[in-house]
Ligand binder design. Structure first.
Ligand code: BES
Ligand code: MN
Length: 458
């Protein structure tokens, strides 16, 4: 081990108490990207990240506007032309914290209980952003940076990165690099370091159904018109068959088949049906026939109802025939599906199946394709080495069911690969109440990135 590597690791260990304090500061900012009321908090989070970048020794730090929330940029290119240029990606936005009453401590007043820090965004992904910031800080405290670094920390990932594609196109020069590090992922289990090589895409819709001009007395008018809530449920019910397959014509045409070798690899992952039963708490698993749960999550597309709204849902009863019904529907996509093509398929399904007794309207909220990353690259081998040096065992390679739109955007616009890892755990409650980050894993993650950047420079 070089003296500067051991000095950086020692600095990071001594700094753990401060690394926790700073993480708490970051997680305290309610930067909910989907909430128009949260604009000031979004600004505050962007400024917080910019000041972190400056304080750890980055240059040319800027908060760059987009048509949505700003991107934070920074760089340190002092390692010289012989060293790689590595772009570190992150997002400072978070999902909404609702339902608030289910949190045991307030979502934006992070609380440490045992080995965990509870707060919205602690794991997804403010903790992961901090891991990279603090690793670079430690390396710079101990000597020169082993590689050239650029940072792109965005504020719209949790709403599908709708303005990032244009930002990347407009800033190709600024963002030019050899590859990206993307820590917006997690581990399959505690003590199982993980490299993610596939992410699903996402197409997110809102389907609005209406019938009568206004709510009706369900006794005076029940039997006279088609209830929009019922019609919406009928439409949704028709989107899957009895085998759990999606019925939209053409939906599977572009789905890349999982080859036997990959199915064998996925079968070796230490996640089985009892893992999913335990994590979800559901009475039984469900999904497309003829695929294992791991395959369905990582390598097959899905269609999900994210939310339903109609009629009277308060306490007690109200006899009403609602005028409107609405569903939020999303599809997780796999290579080589096109989010705009599945939009056309859903529209065609609605045109063919929606009865003349109702009106409907379909909105597309976000669209991003899936990505598969090359794991043969030296940058991936070096990460595997850094993970093994830290955990004492080699990483597992996994296809993730979640989505991170920037990965495909960087592949197509910048022509670069992303190396994807992260230190979240399956029980971190991402997007749910009581999100948390496992602090010992957070500190280990910092060590991983110190070792990884050091390896990349040699
Ligand atoms: N970090 C997650 C994606 C993720 C989750 C990766 C778990 C690996 C393990 C990311 O921030 C996220 O939640 N993305 C959204 C994206 C969407 C709004 C386009 C998602 O997947 O729902
Ligand atoms: Mn994330």
């Amino acid at each position: 081990m070089t003296t500067s590597l051991s000095a950086a690791l020692a600095f990071a260990r001594e700094s753990q108490p401060r690394y926790l304090v700073e993480l708490i500061e970051f997680v305290s900012i309610a930067s909910v990207s989907t909430d128009p009321q949260a604009k000031p908090e979004i600004q505050r989070a962007a400024q917080w990240v910019a000041s972190q970048l400056r304080s750890i020794g980055m240059n040319n730090v800027q908060i760059l506007p987009t048509a949505g929330h700003p991107v934070v940029y920074g760089e340190n290119l002092k390692a010289g032309p012989k060293k790689p240029v590595v772009l570190i990606y992150g997002h400072y936005d978070v999902q909404p914290a609702e339902p608030l009453e289910l949190w045991h401590s307030p979502a934006f007043a992070p609380q440490q209980r045992g080995e965990n820090l509870y707060g919205r965004g602690a794991s997804d992904m403010k903790g992961q952003v901090m891991v990279t910031l603090k690793a670079v800080e430690a390396l710079l405290q101990a000597g020169d940076l082993p590689v050239n670094l650029k940072w792109l920390i965005e504020g719209e990932e949790e709403i599908g990165s709708p303005h990032l594609e244009k930002f990347i196109m407009d800033n190709k020069e600024l963002l030019a690099c050899d590859f990206a590090i993307n820590p917006d992922s997690g581990m399959v289990a505690l003590d199982m370091p993980t490299i993610t090589y596939g992410l699903r895409g996402l197409a997110y819709f809102e389907l609005r159904v209406s019938g009568p001009a206004h709510d009706l007395h369900s006794g005076m008018f029940g039997g006279s018109v088609h209830n929009p809530a019922q019609a919406l449920c009928e439409l949704i019910a028709g989107m899957h068959d009895r085998e759990g397959r999606i019925t939209l014509p053409g939906f599977y045409d572009r789905v890349r088949t999982l080859d036997q070798a990959e199915r064998r690899e996925l079968a070796r992952l230490p996640i089985n049906d009892s893992f999913y039963l335990e994590q979800t708490g559901a009475p039984a698993l469900y999904g497309e026939a003829n695929y294992s749960t791991v395959e369905r999550v990582g390598g097959r597309p899905t269609l999900e109802v994210n939310g339903l709204l109609s009629g009277f849902t308060g306490e007690g009863t109200k006899t009403v025939l609602p005028a409107h019904a609405m569903a939020k529907i999303s599809m997780r996509l796999v290579p080589d599906q096109d989010p705009y093509e599945v939009e056309r398929q859903l529209r065609r399904y609605l045109e063919e199946h929606a009865p003349g007794t109702i009106r409907w309207e379909l909105l597309l909220h976000s669209a991003s394709p899936a990505s598969i990353s090359n794991i043969q690259l030296p940058a991936v081998t070096a990460l595997a080495q850094a993970l093994e040096d830290t955990w004492g065992k080699p990483p597992i390679y996994k296809r993730e069911g979640g989505s991170v739109p920037v990965v495909a955007q960087m592949q197509s616009i910048l022509g670069i690969e992303s190396v994807i890892t992260g230190f979240g755990l399956p029980d971190d409650n991402l997007h749910a109440p009581n999100e948390k980050l496992h602090l010992p894993t957070y500190f280990k993650g910092i060590e991983v990135f110190i070792r990884y950047l050091d390896l990349l420079g040699s």
